[in-house]
Design a protein around this ligand. Structure first.
Ligand code: GDP
Ligand code: IMO
Ligand code: MG
Length: 435
């Protein structure tokens, strides 16, 4: 039965929160499948703004079961604060479920992330400082704690006693704070008591929902270009935001995925370090950043802004097997006389049409642009594609042509209703554009 993956096609912050919230009205379950509280998903509902880091963006609807899948690393303090925030604003969180197998992001992971970034100085990744890399590293090294471990003091004592000496050694050598076993165990036990009622066998929850014919949305965090395998390593996150990650992190098999909806915005942004060929450092970029409120939800850092780059778009459509696209924030381009679209690169004097897997090659890539005439009028009120200015439609068609799959939803403002529905049910694959 239908499972739809929602995946970011750029460097994160494409508006996945808005997309998930918009689609969630029609489904029964939303599952977050990777990442942690490095994510910041903003949902605007009427005059209310919700900033979510761990709880899936469907939570605002009372009929949705919101699942935090096994692929997520959970900072329990953040989760508890988010549940409290939602409750205080009248949102029912009784249908939130957290996988027992999801890993716990501990305070020493946060300390290690920050100390390590400080040591890297000019070479730093520019992480969100949320401990994501160290938590996933412990998971891979098989020394992590899982959410179910929070329910058993003796397990917590044994595990924390085993790992903490090494953590403290590294932290001390980096001049950072160290931790005590007893205090951490007490803290973890308290988290377990508070979260016990939310823990569940998430895989079977999802499988049962699919077997019962419910439509399940799998919500990714970050984006394809921050993927540990497919992004510009090492300037990436430590999980797999790509659609394949929805299978491993959401508890489903690849053949259970029915649709992959890619989410992108009409220009590009990137937070943190790493190559960004179409980056704008002029006043056009500053204008986009300020109209688009391009400030990190999680860290408050200004986001780097650039023209849309079709080179990684073609790559992202391929590695995610994207079947349909939601295009967000096209309203932010109103008023720009000429809009540029990156279509290829020049690297060492040669034209390159493919997204290079080599980070150093990407660092030397210079964008080759096509230029499109802009439009001056605001478009927040537009609800039908044909009512968009002709030049906006032309730009949209060019994006669609590069993607090779249909743009089925177009967002013209942050609010749920500021959405142009071209086709509700995502359409099936069109033959991809040759790359
Ligand atoms: P996510 O991490 O992919 O969920 O994206 P973020 O929530 O971090 O960033 C997207 C921002 O753009 C949020 O503040 C959204 O409210 C806002 N947004 C989403 N779609 C649109 C749109 O079509 N127009 C405008 N103006 N804002 C949008
Ligand atoms: P959402 O889900 C944008 C970036 C960081 C850094 C790199 C690694 O809101 O789209 P990490 O803390 O994950 O180890 O940092 O990834 N990054 C994001 N950028 N949106 C996000 O999430 C991000 N999550 C991580 O800025 O460059
Ligand atoms: Mg975000």
């Amino acid at each position: 039965m239908p499972a739809t993956v929602i995946v970011g096609l750029q460097w994160g912050d494409e508006g996945k929160g808005k997309t998930t919230d918009f689609l969630a009205e029609q489904v029964g379950m939303v599952v977050r499948y990777q990442g942690g509280d490095n994510a910041g998903h903003t949902v605007v509902w009427g005059d209310q703004v919700f900033k979510l880091h761990l709880v899936p963006s469907g939570v605002l609807y009372p009929h949705i079961t919101s699942v935090i899948g096994n692929g997520v690393v959970v900072n329990p303090a953040t989760l508890i604060a988010e549940l409290d925030m939602l409750t205080s604003r009248g949102i029912d969180v009784s249908r939130v479920r957290v996988s027992r197998s999801a890993h716990v992001l501990m305070p020493y992971h946060v300390a290690l992330d920050r100390a390590n970034e400080a040591r890297l100085a000019g070479e730093k990744v520019g992480t969100t400082g949320r401990g994501i890399g160290p938590a996933y590293a412990d998971r891979a090294y098989r020394i992590g704690l899982r959410m179910e471990d929070l329910l058993d003091r003796s397990v917590l004592e044994a595990r924390i006693e085993r790992v903490l000496p090494d953590k403290n050694l590294i932290l001390a050598s980096l001049g950072a704070e160290t931790f005590e076993v007893r205090a951490l165990v007490d803290q973890a036990v308290a988290w377990g008591e508070r979260l016990a009622g939310y823990l569940d066998d998430a895989t079977w929850l999802v499988q049962r929902a699919l077997a019962a014919g419910e439509h399940v949305l799998l919500e990714g965090a970050q984006g394809t270009l921050l993927d540990l395998d497919h992004g510009s390593y090492p300037f990436v996150t430590s999980s797999n935001p790509v659609a394949g990650g929805a299978a491993t992190g959401g508890g489903i098999g690849p053949l259970q995925i029915d649709e992959v909806m890619g989410v992108m915005k009409a220009y590009a942004t990137r937070v943190g370090s790493g190559p960004f060929p179409t980056e704008l450092t002029d006043e056009v970029g500053q204008g986009i950043a300020s109209r688009g409120h391009e400030v990190g939800t999680t860290t408050g850092r200004p986001r780097r802004v650039g023209w849309f780059d079709a080179v990684p778009l073609r790559y992202a459509v391929a590695v995610n097997s994207v079947s349909s696209i939601m295009l967000n924030k096209i309203d932010i381009l109103s008023g720009i006389p000429e809009i540029k679209l990156g279509v290829a690169y020049e690297v060492d004097g040669k034209r390159v049409d493919h997204w290079p897997s080599s980070g150093s090659m990407l660092g030397r890539a210079r964008p080759i642009y096509e230029t499109f005439p802009g439009w001056s009028e605001p478009i927040h009120e537009v609800r039908a594609l044909n009512d968009l200015p002709e030049n906006a439609r032309r730009y949209l068609s060019a994006l669609e042509e590069h993607a090779g799959v249909p743009i089925v939803l177009v967002s013209v403002g942050p609010e749920r209703s500021q959405t142009i529905e071209r086709a509700w049910r995502p359409m099936r694959h069109r033959p991809p554009v040759a790359v």
